[in-house]
Design a protein around this ligand. Structure first.
Ligand code: AMP
Length: 496
């Protein structure tokens, strides 16, 4: 009954084959079997349809991580809808933009924010708390039994917003085929099976936790240790009975700071995967020394799903992201031509993994996604003679702090609007915990305290500068462009 719906047919395969197998072990809460997971997803689908969700309608969701939130994701897709997850850190004004742009039929938010979110759009507003209660849950029919809405390869399954470099966020449209093909391939490439127990501590509003971790586990019929957030104690407690973990580099650096991390603790583990931001070679080396395992680093982005990975059996080379994944074509371009081995250029990717374009932004889409299917990632990289790809930077000064993208321009625009401020430059510099920390360099008649205070309720916490400095002027080149490279060098040591 699921097969008519391309993605759900694959997500639910193991719910049909092994309904009693555990999908989620949850510390302090009952286990969730595959059967229970999909029963709940069907209830969600029925409730959404009863609220008027039609095929292609967006369902915007800003909720804490829970099994019910996963069921809402699957239920949306089952109902033929388009799942639109939003970072829980987004403020009211930020959410207002997404709702205005995506015009969802239904928005689901945390009960505590209902009064704030409901008036932002004409969408029906329902609530779901991290504890699995809320007005959405009150609407669930007693009997599941929802027949999947037919959807094919090319139909949209999700829109994920990636903050735009111009300050305007872009909604990356992902089809059933994009998501299904990537998970199908990753399961085999990384050897996930029903025997696996995956430590799942990533947020589920981002491609990493939602698609890479959740979809791959479901496609394999694997179990997860489903944690509401990154919590070193919970991960240490889970490790002896788990087999795999997916994390951002920050997970690894934080776990390395814990004395309980030993080869014995990690003896049952077969695979540690890292991505979403570069992992330092030093972190790779420490992890190997402390656990006996080589972290498998991979590379991807919201628009492309996963594009590169170090090999499962071959040499996992620290500091690289390995090779293009099966079915993914990758080229490194400069000035319209492929660069020579070892030279730097911009990564372009083509394959069934590549998204369908930006929601209602045909011009932006045309700039980055060619008619021939090649997508310009904006990531700078090199490829060596053996084919290993190394990311060397980001073409557009994107900052990645704690695994989350912060686009300088967006923060600069907010700062520049503050009283007394003349101009600003926002940069990312090395941070021992977050990979990169956000620094705002501000010109004007203001103080660091005033800027920080003003930003606290205007932008999400993860985007707020961890350091603000007020200076007399910004360094500029002869063309009048602010020299961010010079700023990054000047402030490279502010976080020690
Ligand atoms: P997102 O769309 O939030 O997943 O962010 C994607 C961006 O994260 C990519 O375009 C890269 O700049 C960066 N990224 C992801 N994985 C890696 C990695 N292993 N090493 C370096 N950068 C990475």
């Amino acid at each position: 009954m699921y097969q008519e719906n391309h993605l759900c047919g694959l997500l639910a395969r193991h719910a049909v084959l092994t309904p009693d197998h555990v999908f989620a072990y949850r510390p302090g809460l009952p286990n969730v079997t595959y059967q229970a997971l999909f029963d709940g997803a069907e209830q969600m689908a029925a409730a959404l349809v009863a609220q008027g969700v039609q095929p292609g309608d967006r369902v915007a969701v800003q909720v804490d991580k829970s099994i019910e939130a996963i069921q809402l994701y699957i239920g949306t897709v089952l109902a033929g809808g388009v799942f639109l997850p939003l970072n829980t850190a987004y403020t009211g004004p930020e959410v207002a933009y997404f709702l205005g742009d995506a015009t969802p039929r239904v928005v689901v938010c945390d009960p505590a924010r209902e009064a704030e979110i409901a008036p932002l759009s004409s969408a029906r507003c329902l609530t779901l708390g991290g504890d699995g209660t809320g007005t959405l849950i009150d609407l669930l029919p007693v009997d599941p039994g929802f027949a999947a809405v037919p959807r094919g390869d090319d139909d949209l399954a999700a829109i994920l917003y990636t903050s735009g470099t111009t300050g305007r966020s872009k909604g990356a449209m992902l089809s059933h085929g994009n998501l299904a093909s990537n998970s199908d391939m990753l399961r085999d490439y990384w050897r996930f099976t029903r025997e696996d127990v995956l430590i799942h501590a990533l947020p589920i509003f981002h491609t990493h936790g939602l698609f890479v971790a959740t979809n791959v586990a479901l496609f394999a019929g694997a179990s997860t240790v489903f944690l509401p957030k990154f919590d070193p104690d919970a991960i240490i407690a889970a490790m002896a009975s788990s087999t795999a973990m997916m994390g951002v580099p920050t997970f690894y650096t934080r776990l390395l700071a814990d004395d309980r991390l030993t080869p014995e603790l990690a003896a049952n583990m077969r695979l540690f995967i890292s991505g979403s931001a570069p992992m330092l070679v030093d972190t790779h080396e420490q992890w190997l020394a402390r656990t006996g395992h080589r972290v498998l680093e991979r590379y991807g982005m919201t628009e492309t799903n996963m594009s590169c990975s170090n090999p499962y059996d071959g040499e996992r080379r620290m500091g690289t992201v390995g090779f293009p994944l099966p079915g993914v074509e990758l080229r490194i371009m400069e000035g319209g031509a492929e660069v020579a081995t070892g030279e730097i250029g911009v990564i372009e990717v083509r394959g069934p993994n590549v998204f369908q374009g930006y929601w209602q932004m045909p011009e932006k889409t045309a700039e980055e996604l060619g008619a021939d299917g090649w997508f310009i990632t904006g990531d700078l990289a090199t490829r060596d003679a053996e084919g290993y790809v190394t990311i060397v930077g980001r073409a557009k000064d994107l900052i990645i702090s704690g695994g989350f993208n912060v686009y300088p321009k967006e923060i600069e625009e907010v700062i520049d609007d503050l009283p007394g401020v003349v101009e600003s430059a926002v940069i990312g510099v090395p941070h021992p915990d977050f990979g990169e920390g956000v620094v705002a360099v501000v010109v004007g008649d203001t103080t660091a305290e005033a800027v920080s205070a003003a930003l606290s309720d205007r932008v999400a916490k993860f985007k707020q500068p961890k350091r603000v400095v007020v200076v007399a002027e910004l360094p500029r080149n002869t063309m009048g462009k602010v020299q961010k490279k010079a700023l990054r060098e000047e402030y490279s040591a502010v976080f020690g």
